[in-house]
Design a protein around this ligand. Structure first.
Ligand code: NAD
Ligand code: UDP
Length: 322
């Protein structure tokens, strides 16, 4: 009997790649997504698949009611809970929905996993470290986060989600695991989702200025989506409780990301310095010793190659030439 896996947020950038990989591995997949930031087009390749069932639904409304009830009443072996707006532009536009996804949505996913005796993996984020004072970030660092700042709707929702997840494990014995995902990029990011890679690639291909926030000396460590999906699958199988950092430790300044995008696209767009967002973290780099040791996982796609694939994908969207 194939494993029956529920993916929340499965029509998003990461979730859709994950659904494809699960189907390739032989799972039966139930994908639940409200489409607040995702698109069914992301699932175009697998929507007709006989082992995929897709339901448009808000997880914060519960997972045993409405149109999802029929799909969740049957056996569920694994819950991968990814539903949440993820880009700063998106969570600023949907602050309450973001808080609900991390709180009520996570509770609903945990309740379902507990009722079925299933394992649940909670997709947390490097944002729980806030603007970090420990670098690179290790899992035992508690973070430096404002509970009332503009990013708090996302950061604190994820921190609350982690607390809920850890609590279900501790008090109810639910098989849970927490992963802290660092900046991930690749095909299927929306041109206007506001995150740094799709924004710079879109701007470069359109011949518009690349909007570098501040002096661009802040850093991010960028992981190609296929590497992240491989890590998520390995983590799901491992039974590890987490929290576990998942990301690519190669650290780049935002200025360097802009320069690399210009080189990869052959664009002559200028760089324009714009105001830095409030509480924009200055540094971010995962220590992935735990993932290496426990999962035997290593990111395999170098930034240059991942960027090339991402640029090709953005070009194919609009048929733009260099
Ligand atoms: P995304 O916006 O492309 O995907 C999120 C998906 O969740 C979307 O399809 C959206 O419609 C869906 N969703 C949101 N709220 C929902 C709700 N209440 N009910 C049902 N569906 C809902 O973002 P992504 O980059 O694919 O992120 C996926 C997950 O990974 C998120 O939980 C995010 O916090 C986490 N994450 C991503 C990154 C990254 O760099 N991509 C980094 C850290 C953490
Ligand atoms: N950034 C930028 N220009 C943009 C979009 C983002 O300079 O048009 C910067 C942003 O200020 C941050 C980094 O790129 O320092 C990563 O931003 P992103 O929104 O991708 O992710 P997050 O801040 O959540 O890590």
């Amino acid at each position: 009997m194939p494993r029956r896996t529920l993916v929340t947020g499965g029509a998003g950038f990461v979730g859709s790649r994950l659904c494809e990989a699960l189907l390739e591995a032989g799972d039966e997949v139930v994908c639940v997504d409200s489409l607040i930031t995702g698109r069914t087009a992301n699932l175009a390749r697998v929507l007709p698949h006989p082992r995929l069932r897709f339901e448009t639904w808000d997880v914060a409304e519960g997972l045993t009611t409405g149109p999802v009830a029929a799909a969740t009443r049957a056996r569920v072996d694994l819950v991968l809970h990814l539903a949440s707006p993820a880009s700063p532009v998106d969570y600023h536009e949907h602050p309450l929905e973001t808080l609900d996804a991390g709180s009520r949505g996570t509770r609903a996913a945990l309740e379902l996993a507990h009722a079925h005796g299933a394992r649940l993996v909670f997709a947390s984020t490097s944002e729980v470290y806030g603007d970090p004072q420990v670098h690179p970030q290790t899992e035992d660092y508690w973070g430096n986060v404002s509970s009332v700042g503009p990013r708090s709707v996302y950061d604190e929702a994820k921190r609350f989600g982690e607390a809920l997840t850890a609590s279900y494990r501790r008090s109810l014995g639910t098989d849970t695991g927490i992963v802290r995902i660092f900046n991930t990029y690749g095909p299927r990011m929306r041109e206007h989702d506001g995150r740094v890679v799709p924004t710079f690639v879109r701007q470069a291909l359109a011949g518009e200025p690349l909007t570098v926030a501040g002096d661009g000396s802040q850093t991010r460590s960028l992981c190609y989506v296929d590497d992240l999906v491989a890590a998520l699958l390995a983590f799901a199988d491992s039974g590890h409780p987490g929290p576990m950092n998942l990301g690519n430790p190669r650290e780049l300044t935002v200025r360097r990301i802009a320069e690399d995008v210009l080189a990869a696209t052959g664009s002559r767009s200028p760089i324009e310095h714009v105001e830095r967002p409030v509480h924009d973290p200055g540094l971010r780099c995962p220590d992935i010793t735990l993932a290496r040791t426990e999962l035997g996982w290593e990111p395999l796609v170098p930034w240059e190659q991942g960027l090339e694939r991402t640029v090709s994908w953005f070009r194919s969207l609009s048929g733009r030439a260099a």
